[in-house]
Design a protein around this ligand. Structure first.
Ligand SMILES: *Cc1c(COP(=O)(O)O)cnc(C)c1O
Length: 366
């Protein structure tokens, strides 16, 4: 049995008629940039989260850059980010002239270690940016408490956590603002690049919208220099088709995770843990195994595609060589990246596929 890591085509087949109709409607209306499909999706996504403002933009990385700028973060400022994430979290901070300050992760949940944040706060710190990695929320209470004590902004990177919750709140509505990616493989994915920023602060939302559209809110009234980072009509219409299916897809991911959890046992295999009071949306199903590279190869030979998120701690990538970090600066994340393995996880997987992956993996670890 072949099991791909993800299968976006399988999802398209389930909603093909709706998607094809939406695409032709956008083309017939020539509503390519801005327009009613973009405003409709922004409204629907804000409603889904239960937040006042959603501003679409070109991708999840731009979303982070723009929202940080809208919150007043700029050159020389420091932003606290986790050491284990996709590079965008840190890259977006550097791209606006600010400095990403890396903090190690919690060994149980892979999110930022909230007990190591305070020691990294300096006079230049402006914001904390937790990442709800793999679909599991960060430990937000402690982050909010530190932010209040030191007057810092909190920006949630929700690129992997559409619909996840923390103590009854949906992620993206907990901090001052949040960003989402709609990269095709994300839990809510467009058919190209797309992203958005959300906030309940109307001033911040207006500023973000202005930055993303050449510094204008009205045509030809440029209040500042901005940039071009817009959500396009085709992507917005596709996202509007997909959004009503998201809850069902998330439920399927959770069922798959439950099944993996029941089938994968033993000390040599660590399965994802769910933080008390949180709900996981399993963008990725990440296990830890010894001899990870060897096991990945064996699974590949058995027809099972897996991935590694991520093979390196972000601050130890060549891109940050000049900062001279060492493994000892991030002991937990450095140890974790040698063992993590992402198993196939997407809503359209069948029970047979899950069983096959779990049984094959179980055979190789024991
Ligand atoms: C995908 C992702 C992003 C960036 O999203 P793009 O839309 O690809 O730019 C940012 N942060 C995290 C944690 C991500 O997984």
């Amino acid at each position: 049995m072949q099991v791909p890591f993800v299968d976006l085509h399988a999802q398209y087949l389930m909603i093909q008629d709706e998607i094809d109709a939406a695409i032709s409607a956008v083309i017939c209306d020539a509503a390519f940039i801005g327009g009613k499909y973009v405003s409709a999706f922004e409204r629907e996504y804000a409603e889904f989260l239960g937040i006042e403002h959603c501003v679409g933009c070109a991708n999840g990385t731009d979303a982070i850059e723009i929202i940080l700028q809208a919150l007043g973060v700029g050159p020389g400022d420091e932003v606290i980010v986790p050491a284990l994430t996709w590079i965008s979290t840190a890259e977006a901070v550097s791209n606006i002239g600010a400095i990403p300050v890396f903090v190690d992760i919690d060994p149980a949940y892979y999110t930022i270690d909230v007990n190591r944040i305070e020691e990294r706060i300096t006079r230049n710190t402006k914001a904390i940016m937790p990442v709800h990695l793999y679909g599991m929320s960060a430990d937000m209470d402690m982050i909010l408490e530190l932010a209040a004590r030191y007057s810092l902004k909190v920006v949630e990177d929700c690129a992997q956590a559409h619909g996840a919750t923390y103590k009854g709140k949906i992620v993206g509505t907990i901090g001052d603002a949040a960003t989402f990616s709609f990269y095709p493989g994300k839990n809510l994915g467009a058919y190209g690049d797309a992203g958005c920023m959300v906030t309940s602060d109307s001033t911040v939302a207006a500023k973000a919208r202005m930055i993303a559209n050449h510094g204008q809110l009205e045509k030809h009234r440029h209040l500042m220099e901005g940039r071009n980072s817009r959500l396009d009509g085709l992507q917005a219409a596709i996202l509007s088709v997909k959004l009503p299916h998201l809850a069902k897809w998330t439920e399927l991911r959770r069922n798959h995770a439950r099944m993996y959890g029941e089938l994968l046992t033993g000390k040599s295999l660590k399965i994802p843990q769910i933080r008390e009071g949180s709900t996981h949306v399993f963008h990725l199903y990440v296990v830890q195994v010894d001899e990870r590279d060897n096991i990945k190869q064996l699974l590949k030979k058995a027809g099972i595609d897996t991935a590694i998120h991520y093979p390196s701690v972000v601050p130890l990538l060549d891109a940050y060589k000049m900062r001279r970090f060492s493994r000892q600066d991030f002991p937990v994340a450095s140890d974790t990246v040698r063992k993590i393995l992402s198993l196939p996880m997407y809503p359209e997987m069948t029970d047979d596929m899950i069983c096959h992956v779990a049984q094959t993996l179980q055979k190789y670890v024991s």
